[in-house]
Design a protein around this ligand. Structure first.
Ligand code: ADP
Ligand code: ADP
Length: 225
């Protein structure tokens, strides 16, 4: 069972011009169901480009992207948007929560957009908040939450629609080291509990060591770490 597979992915920005940047040069990676993989890359190595291609936010020049067993190479935009909504969760360094809504509402909204009934969406949000240890914060707005709590809510929101794959770009990069550690534990608990596959970019080798496998992106190629 493969949740995510990239095969022979290449990407060059400004191709054919003197400013051409060859970012990915034949990248192959596949995530088994439930697998948590650390993506380690020096700044500028193409980590964001790789995550955006994996999450159907960008298209490769060449190569294929498969999510949950479906090859989406050349799929129309409408279909890519639906697969992104239903199968992919994103987490960034900053939480991007909606400030005027509570923690629970922030997790409910993407579910309503996907056609889930309000009562089911509420139950799902409560369940996720419990897993990450902030069930008592459901009705707080983001501004009333600590940085670590805000990030936990963002994790729950990313998983609200039961995606197959979580793509995370430095999910604890904005937090102090102690908070980063416990918030990362919450993320791991959430991923394990939901049986999700995750590709998590991090510079933190202690966090990378706690994942199932580590890969390094350098000079446009992936290697095992
Ligand atoms: P990372 O996330 O590892 O820092 P990125 O994927 O953001 O790396 O960028 C990889 C390289 O591609 C960098 O040299 C960056 O300047 C270049 N790049 C990224 N996006 C664009 C773009 N839209 N146009 C031109 N060059 C880009
Ligand atoms: P940190 O130590 O991570 O910076 P804070 O001091 O911001 O955390 O918050 C500590 C606790 O108080 C958190 O659990 C947060 O939910 C709660 N809290 C902070 N501000 C408010 C507020 N305006 N209203 C309600 N609860 C708050």
């Amino acid at each position: 069972d493969v949740a995510l597979r990239l095969t022979g992915v290449t990407k060059t920005y400004n191709a054919g011009s003197p400013a051409a940047v060859e970012v990915l040069r034949g990248v192959d990676v596949s995530l088994a169901k439930g697998e948590i993989v650390a993506l380690v890359a020096p700044s500028g190595a193409g980590k964001s480009t790789l995550l955006h291609i994996a999450g159907l936010l960008d298209t490769p020049d060449d190569g294929t992207v498969e999510i949950a067993g479906t090859d989406l190479t050349g799929a129309p935009d409408r279909r890519r948007t639906l697969v992104r909504r239903d199968e992919v969760g994103f987490v960034y360094q900053f939480h991007h929560l909606l400030p005027e809504f509570s923690a629970q509402e922030n997790i409910v909204l993407p579910q309503l957009a996907a056609g889930i009934a309000r009562s089911d969406a509420d139950a799902r949000a409560r369940e996720l908040l419990e897993i990450v240890g902030i069930g008592t914060r459901a009705h707080h707005r983001p501004a009333a939450l600590s940085g670590g709590e805000q990030q936990r809510v963002a994790f729950c929101r990313a998983l609200a629609n039961r995606p197959s794959v979580l793509l995370a770009d430095e999910p604890t990069g904005n937090l102090d080291p102690a908070t980063s550690d416990t918030v990362f534990d919450a993320l791991m608990a959430l991923v394990r509990e939901t049986g999700l596959s995750a590709l998590i970019a991090t510079h933190n080798m202690d966090l990378a060591a706690r994942m199932d496998r580590r890969i390094r992106l350098d000079q446009g190629k992936l290697t095992a770490l």
